[in-house]
Design a protein around this ligand. Sequence first.
Ligand code: FCB
Length: 436
Amino acid sequence: MAFKDLKFPDGFHWGTASSSHQSEGGNHNDWTEWEKIPGNIKDGSDTSVACDHYNRYEGDFSLAKEFGHQVLRFSIEWSRIEPQQGRWNDSEIAHYRSVVKTVLDRGIRPMMTLHHFTNPLWFRDLGAWLNPESPEIFGRYAKKVAESFADLDIIWNTINEPMVVAAMGYLYGDFPPQEKDFGKSQTVTQNMLMAHGYAATQIREIHDKQGRLQPQIAPVLSVSYFMPHNPENPDDVNLAAYLDEIYNHTWIRGAVTAKIPDLEGNNHRFKPLENSVDFIGMNYYSRMVVSSEMDFLAGEVPEKDPDLPRCDGLDWEVYPEGYYPIIKSYWDSYKKPLFMSENGIGTKDDTLKRAYILKHLQQVHQAIQDGIDIRGYLVWTWVTNFEWAEGFGSDFGLVGMEPETLNRIPRESAYMFKDIIQNNGLTKELQEKYLR
Ligand code: FCB
């Protein structure tokens, strides 16, 4: 195959993404409690130390700077900022202000997520996202954060992957609170949609009140490419289309159109969602093949393709061909700028990791060539971290971590990514080197 230089547009943003709970260590939230129960984390690990990023963030960001990063996406930990309902921890707010300033001091743009899976224990005890007041409760947290951070130049992410919270926590029971109830997962989806609306409204109002420029605000969605097991079977085709709709589209359409869909298929106007989406964060990892002969909602899927490489632990197939169509469907449906806010693979095989990134970037480049407004691309993740129910069994880092010393060890993929950033694209030589 003949490769060509693939240039990205001027001003395209390159970087990596992470979350507080997966890297900080020392948190106290619903996940830390859940990790203690044997069997919940596949390798029996926990986040008591994680990457000790809470203490090492300066070093981690300096290393990211050396490797050319232009954006760092991270989350702040709600349970640290609001350890009891309505009681704010000023020293934790000061900590995260210092985190943001450390990013800014290095000439990197911070993309800050308010909620990335974890909940304070008091919020869990109130019923978390099933509580009808959860949207307002989250809105009050967002207000406090906006008041404390509006002077800093931040790209705001409200909620990370609401559909994963709903599906993994309330349908499949693989994440806390381990429920398996379709109706509950729908309630969670709706409440998180309203919560996003309240959060965006608060961020806007506080910026206005303080006379600041309006920041860019986005929710971040997990997207998957749903494919029929048998493309000749209309039932398989319909099932793939149905799941594409409920997983990829229902939530974000609600946010963009400011309407909350209910279980009966009606839409209700919800004012706080107006003007809540400046761009859409898309996290893509793999495809999902579905068969009408199996119960997808009970977790049944056809056997995976033995010829495709897979992500360790999570067992996701490497399927870059699914990236372009889902990007295109988002663009065609919502006409909002897109940001590739996570993409990567959990593997210790760095050859596979490099090829994964290059092949996915080829798809992103094609989408941009076809006129789609994509603003940036972030690899998940910078330093190897705690991969939720997989523990440390799925290694997504461009930078490895020595378990005993926690020393950071950049892999060849980190150098490859640096080359991509420096060239603002994929040179012919780079593709020849890593995709032959
Ligand atoms: C995404 C999550 C992120 C990370 C990757 C592998 O669903 O947002 O925290 O675990 O998957």
